[in-house]
Design a protein around this ligand. Sequence first.
Ligand code: ZN
Length: 244
Amino acid sequence: MPDMHGKTHRLELSDQTLRDWDAVVLASGPEGIVLDRSAFYPGGGGQPPDHGVLLWGGVETRIVGARKGDDLYLISEEGDPVPPAGTAVRGAITDERRSALMRTHSALHLLCGVVFRDYQCLVTGGNMEPLVARMDFDLSEVPQGFKETVEEACNKEVAADRRIEVVTLPRAEAFALPDIVRTATNLVPPEVEQVRIVDITGLDTQADGGTHVASTRQIGRIRVAKVENKGRGFRRLRIRVEEP
Ligand SMILES: [Zn+2]
């Protein structure tokens, strides 16, 4: 079974390295553009949507976002020509942004695994932009040297070059995995029968729909920029992802 959203086959869920592909426009209008096949990550789970282009007959339509309704609607740059239904297009993703987001998203999962392993605390939220991110978690006392210790532990896991695997499992099997829903907010809706699992081997396993690098070394260097106290055990950790 392909990964479908409405009438669109989502190519990025099974191939996170894909950057350009052929597609046909199924519908286009004020709501956006619907393709039969798309590798544009539409946003979700804290990861913002991809940017890129659709190329057709010498014309370029810039894609700047997506809207998830019954179908997956790609949002074009205001004023750009929009391909009508039936048009064959070449889709392409802006690699710099997507690759940065993959590194950043994987960095957040790595961080989540490290703070759970070393401090047994649960993640309550998170968000990211290319190469910068924040993670919220529940920790009543922040130990001395916490920021430096976490940063060092994270970069040790980067250096360990752990494989990051994506598998899809039937719901019952997925939830039989230990620690599968570590983030309190990351609850999978009951109608979801197949659960996509992102596994940093030996460190962190999460139900997740995002795009990730293939191993932890590909993340680069993780810098813990700031630990903020938001009151009553609510901590916010800000990270930057840098070149190795
Ligand atoms: Zn995630």
